[in-house]
Write a protein that binds this ligand. Structure first.
Ligand SMILES: Cc1cc2nc3c(=O)[nH]c(=O)nc-3n(C[C@H](O)[C@H](O)[C@H](O)COP(=O)(O)O)c2cc1C
Length: 214
């Protein structure tokens, strides 16, 4: 078996093995490096214009998790998992454009014309307040890709996760001092399962795929 086939198999196994785990081994100590590796893999997700609209608010302090518990309506995975990652979407991701494309121009990876085209497009989109809705969609869409990648990266490294939107955003924002420029993608708990996830089903392809046009 060649390497690419092995990688494909591994990716499929990881996708099939991931489930939303709600009961974690609260005694388990997750090595800091594993968490760093998972976050770094999540940052490899694609994003519109490579603006990387994600920010990760990582909660490992038990006292902070206890504060989040009532905000997440008492969902115990918040305190029993090793880490809670609040994945945020950046409404001001357009301001990243010079930091992303400047070095590419300097290194010669892109020419001036390509640079100006890419940077100009981003600045005109993100610089126009009429596009607030688009920017919100972009922030949530792109940070959600990082969320998914984070969950698969965690599974590949032997951890379980639970994506969560069952929390009060306004309370979370206030309690953790989250700046106005960020909107929630989702909260993700990471840790070692104590009890397997509840069985979940999926619609068949016939139910979810439409070919060519509606
Ligand atoms: C955006 C989003 C929000 C979710 N919020 C919660 C939540 O607040 N609490 C919870 O226990 N599960 C939550 N889930 C997990 C779903 O219930 C779960 O993904 C679904 O039932 C499918 O199960 P599986 O992930 O194990 O395949 C959420 C999932 C997503 C994608």
């Amino acid at each position: 078996m060649n390497t690419i086939t092995q990688e494909r198999l591994l990716a499929e196994e990881v996708m099939r093995a991931r489930h939303s785990v709600k009961h974690y081994d609260a005694e388990y100590q997750m090595p800091e490096q594993d968490l760093k590796d998972i976050l770094e893999l999540a940052t490899l997700a694609p994003s519109s214009n490579n603006l990387q609209h994600w920010r990760f608010l990582v909660i490992t302090d038990q006292a902070v998790k206890e504060k989040v518990l009532p905000i997440a309506y008492g969902q115990k995975q918040v305190v029993d998992s090793s880490a809670v990652v609040v994945v945020l979407g950046d409404l001001e991701a357009g301001s990243n454009v010079d930091a992303i494309y400047g070095p590419l121009l300097t290194s010669g990876a892109i020419n001036q014309q390509t640079h100006d085209y890419l940077v100009g497009g981003v600045k005109s989109l993100y610089g126009n307040p009429d596009n607030a809705g688009v920017m919100r969609d972009e922030a949530i869409r792109n940070s959600s890709l990082a969320s998914m990648q984070l969950m698969l990266a965690a599974k590949a490294k032997g951890y379980d996760t639970c994506p969560m939107m069952g929390f009060n955003w306004n309370q979370l924002k206030e309690t953790l001092n989250i700046p106005d420029r960020y909107v929630p993608s989702m909260m993700i708990t990471i840790g070692k399962a104590k009890t397997p996830a509840r069985v979940s089903s999926r619609f068949t392809l016939e139910q979810v795929v439409t070919h060519n046009s509606f």
